[in-house]
Design a protein around this ligand. Structure first.
Ligand code: IMP
Ligand code: MG
Length: 177
């Protein structure tokens, strides 16, 4: 059989349904808030954020941050901010929007960095989480799905910058690389 691409974990229809559910919950929870700032973490968040933000029925703004890990040779796992938000988040209601939580290091770093700026509230919305890989305690307020310890691609997620535009969440296997 010819290789047809990564095996399907979540179809487009399943993704759409779950994103709508998250959007409804978030809209309900923030109904009394004057404005919500969605802070998307580049680059993996871009499709999830686009879909989620269009499911919300509350006033919202979009902003972005980007984080990068230092090379393994220096301090393993150390993170640095390579792009910051445009908005001053102090006193604002902030929702971090992230594609996936793996070890939890990125989310932990973001939560520490953003909470130090004294937002009015700080919550997180994550599309996927790998519970078996967690090293850091991170609180996730809105979660799409828990998944097994696999490398997944599509819906914004990549492998070496490939597969981001795949419309479904697929499991990367050796034959796909
Ligand atoms: P963490 O800091 O270990 O939680 O890793 C978070 C980052 O690693 C995510 O934001 C992704 O960019 C990347 N990542 C982790 N697992 C996957 C995966 O299965 N597919 C694509 N990217 C992943
Ligand atoms: Mg990411």
């Amino acid at each position: 059989m010819p290789q047809t691409g990564p095996a399907v974990l979540f179809t487009e229809a399943v993704i759409r349904k779950r994103v709508r559910e998250l959007g409804r919950r978030i809209s309900k929870d923030y109904a009394a808030v004057d404005e919500l700032v969605l802070v998307g973490i580049l680059r993996g968040c871009y499709i999830f954020l686009a879909d989620l933000s269009r499911c919300l029925t509350i006033p919202r703004r979009i902003d972005f941050m980007a984080v990068s890990s230092y090379g393994q040779k220096t301090t393993p796992g150390a993170l640095r901010l390579i792009m910051d938000t445009r908005t001053d988040i102090t006193g604002k209601h902030i929702l971090i929007v992230e594609d996936i939580v793996d070890t939890g290091r990125t989310m932990h770093f973001l939560q520490e960095t953003l909470s130090a700026r004294k937002p009015a509230s700080l919550k997180s919305c994550v599309f996927l989480r790998k519970p078996d890989r967690l090293e850091k305690e991170v609180h996730i307020d809105y979660l799409g799905f828990d998944i097994p310890d696999l490398w997944v691609v599509g819906y914004g997620l990549d492998y070496a910058d490939r597969y981001r535009a795949l419309p479904y969440i697929g499991i990367l296997e050796t034959g796909d690389v």
